[in-house]
Design a protein around this ligand. Structure first.
Ligand code: HEC
Length: 91
C-alpha cells in the first residue's frame, strides 16, 4: 500500500470513530418530537427522569414491550436524540 493510501485509510478510520461516538443531537430529537410525539406528549412528562431512563423507556415502547397507543419506529440514534431533547427541556 502506498503511503498516501495508508494515510487516507487511517483518516477514514479515525473519522468513523468520531462519527460513531457522536453525542446525541438535541436539535434532531426536537424535530422528531415535534413531528411524531408532541401531539400526545409534553416535556413535563419526563420531569425528574434521567436521560438513560427516558431512553430505556422509549426503547421498550419501540420494542413493543411497554404499553403505548401507537407503535413507534425510531432508530437507536433517534431514541438517543429524543431522550436528550426531552431531558434538556423537562426541567
Ligand atoms: C397518539 C398519542 C401518542 C403519541 C403520538 C406518542 N405517545 Fe407516547 N404515550 C402515549 C400515552 C397515552 C402513554 C401512556 C401509556 C400508558 O401508560 O397507558 C405514552 C407513554 C409513553 C412512554 C412511557 C412508557 C413507560 O414505560 O412509562 C414513552 C417512553 C413514550 N410514550 C414515548 C413516545 C415517543 C418517543 C413518541 C414519539 C416518537 C410518542 N411516545 C408518541 C401517547 C402517545
Amino acid at each position: 500500500m502506498s503511503r498516501r493510501l495508508l494515510g487516507m485509510s487511517l483518516g477514514f478510520a479515525l473519522l468513523g470513530v468520531v462519527l460513531n461516538s457522536a453525542a446525541a443531537d438535541v436539535d434532531v430529537g426536537k424535530a422528531k418530537v415535534q413531528q411524531v410525539c408532541s401531539e400526545c406528549h409534553e416535556a413535563a412528562d419526563w420531569k425528574g427522569q434521567s436521560e438513560a431512563d427516558v431512553r430505556a423507556k422509549i426503547a421498550s415502547v419501540v420494542a413493543g414491550k411497554a404499553k403505548h397507543p401507537k407503535k413507534l419506529q425510531l432508530t437507536d440514534a433517534e431514541m438517543a436524540d429524543v431522550a436528550a431533547y426531552w431531558v434538556s427541556v423537562a426541567k
